[in-house]
Ligand binder design. Structure first.
Ligand code: URA
Length: 237
């Protein structure tokens, strides 16, 4: 990887700041000061910034506020994907699970395949919270039905889900589920009498969507957020 790219990635600088830092002589490679931002950092080299060694992170984690109209895939022949929105800095990132093309909100991207696999496994019951607007009228006992588990045409009933219907917001609902069946929220809403017109994920695994992120924007997860994700699966080992 080029040095300016490496610094941008591991020292969390912009590429412009990274280039300036190199030109100012603040970077060193294996103990030798370097002034060219395009020199290559090879496997096993230690990069220093202002005298401190940068530790290469094993994995990276991002939170994306997914906009509508992009697909949750790593590549697609015709559609724009969530990866087209992110500077992957050479990492093999992929989305942790899928949101429908028209669904917006919190999507985690990482290159930690083992953790992603576990977070998506039904075994760990990772909670996802969705908010949606709907047309039509939900049946009067919708909250109880969601809590009991519903037949949406799968082999098993859905797991108990928390449906919240704030009185102040007609045709708006919040649904917390701990599994991820295909089109689950839309299918549950349909079964309850509602047609979802807008769907947004606001939390995943105890991490809330950062409301300062505009649709299409992303940021690194904080150490604390990464720890929270890891905790879900640690407790079950
Ligand atoms: N449920 C859905 O129906 N769609 C999504 O994108 C996510 C959950």
């Amino acid at each position: 990887m080029r040095l300016d790219r490496y610094l941008a990635h591991y020292a969390r600088m912009s590429r412009k700041e990274a280039r300036a830092a190199v030109r100012q002589g603040r970077a060193a490679l294996d103990g030798e000061r370097v002034f060219r931002e395009d020199c290559r950092v090879s496997e096993g080299m230690t990069v220093f910034l202002d005298g401190s060694a940068l530790r290469a992170e094993e994995y990276v984690y991002y939170m994306l506020n997914k906009p509508p109209g992009v697909v949750s895939a790593t590549s697609d022949r015709t559609e724009r994907t969530v990866l087209d929105l992110v500077d992957t800095a050479g990492r093999d990132l992929f989305p942790v699970g899928r949101l429908d093309k028209d669904t917006t909100g919190l999507l985690i991207l990482t290159d930690n395949g083992a953790l992603a696999h576990r977070l998506l496994s039904p075994r760990y019951h990772v909670e996802k919270v969705y908010e949606f607007n709907y047309e039509g009228e939900l049946v009067p006992d919708a909250v109880r039905l969601a809590a009991q588990g519903m037949d949406i045409g799968e082999k098993h009933l859905t797991e108990p889900a928390l449906l919240e219907l704030p009185a102040s917001r007609p045709h708006f609902a919040r649904l917390s589920i701990s599994e991820g069946k295909y089109h689950q929220v839309k299918r549950m809403a349909a079964k309850l009498g509602g047609h979802v017109t807008e769907l947004r994920r606001v939390a995943f695994g105890g991490i809330a969507l950062d409301e300062t992120l505009q649709p299409g924007e992303y940021r690194r997860l904080t150490e604390e957020e990464i720890g929270r994700l890891q905790q879900h699966t640690d407790n079950m080992d």
